[in-house]
Design a protein around this ligand. Structure first.
Ligand SMILES: *Cc1c(COP(=O)(O)O)cnc(C)c1O
Length: 423
């Protein structure tokens, strides 16, 4: 059917992660409510990926909308150098109370990649300020930390980063920890320890890599060794934070504290762009000096946007309600039962789950790369059936908003089983 909004979009817009040639199926969305998105022909989609992992409490949540609207009428924006405001102070106070006790200071930006850039710059300059410059960074294979140059450098290298290959800085990549490989990982940390500025990692779940998972005990052991060797740790909770893992933060599973943490995505309940980098007092003190050159010279026009901070405050109020905790627990239990049910199906290569996140890997001849054909079949299969899923190659995953109903979850499970039979 002729769709005017889609045609106008094609004339002027260039979409993320999209080969625009052949991208004729871009869907105009006019409205969102709860777990649903509605297109301009009235079709309803269950947003099973929380619109790129950001939406927590559902679309157009009235509580968040009200608080942002109130803020918009009070103070919409103010320069955050030399000035401050209640929403930023309150949000930092509230957030720090929930984080590991060593997290003492909050640095605001406006997305996940910039939260990572700030974390990396904090680590590099920390060593410079202390007179012992170090610039090597340790990261996991298959990592994803964002799309700006620093964040790209510490992420897995592949087709996406290939054109920029020579411009990315050197990183020591290690496998994620298991009981079996821990010794060899520790040897690798040892080998580079004197040159390592920091270790950056996605705790428990490597989202963009296909929801790859590792165990908290193994990560804690690796962290303990990094601590022992004086390697600063950046814990990227941009995806896993705010309840996705079944606990508020991945940190709540770990026995070791990171030095620095990064947040975005669910921070505002997925309503406004906001990034946060928190750090320990040890990191902060390395910049706290009579020498102006030891300051962190980083900032963005919209640093600590009062509107985004208001949205985050409202979202965190909702998140801490007993009702939300119960909703999360319900999703966890339902995912677990579904996992049990399909684990031994012939087409199922692997089912992974942590908290509200579940991934099903197809046993399929094609490669598991982002570009593989199966994903191209699965995506429209679910869309036709009113479900928004974005397969990563042979892997489909659910990251639903917490407000999703049992009925909608069951419908998604049934549809996945249908796909497993047909495709
Ligand atoms: C999405 C993501 C980022 C990047 O955040 P953006 O806001 O998309 O720049 C960084 N790290 C992880 C783990 C992510 O999932």
């Amino acid at each position: 059917m002729y769709n005017i909004l889609r045609e106008r979009d094609r004339e002027v817009n260039w979409h993320p992660y999209t080969q625009m040639k052949g991208a004729t199926d871009i869907i105009p969305i006019v409205r969102g409510q709860g777990a649903y998105l509605y297109d301009n022909e009235g079709k309803r989609y269950i947003d099973a990926v929380s619109s790129w992992w950001v939406t927590l409490h559902g679309h157009a949540h009235p509580h968040i909308a009200q608080r942002v609207s109130d803020q918009l009428h009070t103070l919409e924006q103010v320069i955050f150098a030399g000035f401050t405001h209640e929403p930023a102070v309150q949000l930092s106070e509230n957030l720090l109370k929930l984080l590991p006790a060593n997290q003492q200071k909050v640095f605001y930006t406006d997305n996940g990649s910039t939260a990572v850039e700030v974390a990396l710059k904090m680590c590099i300059q920390y060593h410079v300020n202390r007179g012992t410059p170090k610039s090597k960074i340790l990261a996991f294979r298959n990592a994803y930390h964002g799309d700006t140059f620093g964040a790209m450098s510490v992420s897995a290298r592949g087709a996406w980063t290939a054109p920029f290959g020579d411009m990315l800085f050197d990183v020591v990549f290690i496998d994620t920890p298991t009981v079996d490989n821990l010794e060899s990982l520790i040897q690798k940390v040892d080998l580079h320890a004197d040159e390592l500025a920091c270790f950056i990692y996605e705790p428990l779940i490597q989202g963009a890599a296909g929801m790859l998972m590792h165990h908290p005990e193994d990560l804690s052991r690796l962290m303990a060794y990094c601590r022992h060797k004086g390697v600063l740790m950046i814990q990227d909770e941009i995806f896993v934070g705010f309840g996705r893992t079944g606990k508020l933060f991945a940190a709540d599973y770990l026995s070791e504290y990171p030095d620095i943490m990064c947040f975005s995505k669910g921070l505002t309940g997925g309503t406004m762009p906001l990034g946060v980098t928190t750090c320990s007092d040890v990191v902060y003190q390395a910049f706290y000096s009579d020498d102006k050159r030891q300051a962190l010279y980083h900032g963005h026009s919209f640093t600590a946007s009062p509107l985004a901070c208001a949205a985050a405050l409202a979202s965190m109020e909702l998140l801490l309600k007993a009702e939300t905790t119960a909703r999360i627990a319900r999703i966890v239990a339902k995912h677990r039962a579904f996992k049990e049910e399909i684990t031994s199906w012939p087409k199922v290569k692997d089912v992974r789950q942590r908290g509200t996140i579940i991934a099903i890997e197809w046993n399929h001849m094609e490669s598991t790369s982002y570009f593989s054909k199966l994903g191209e079949v699965l995506y429209p299969f679910f869309l036709e059936r009113g479900i928004l899923l974005r397969p990563l190659g042979n892997i489909i995953y659910l990251v639903p908003p917490y407000c999703i109903s049992d009925c909608d979850l069951d419908y998604i499970y049934v549809t996945i089983k249908e796909a497993l039979k047909l495709l």
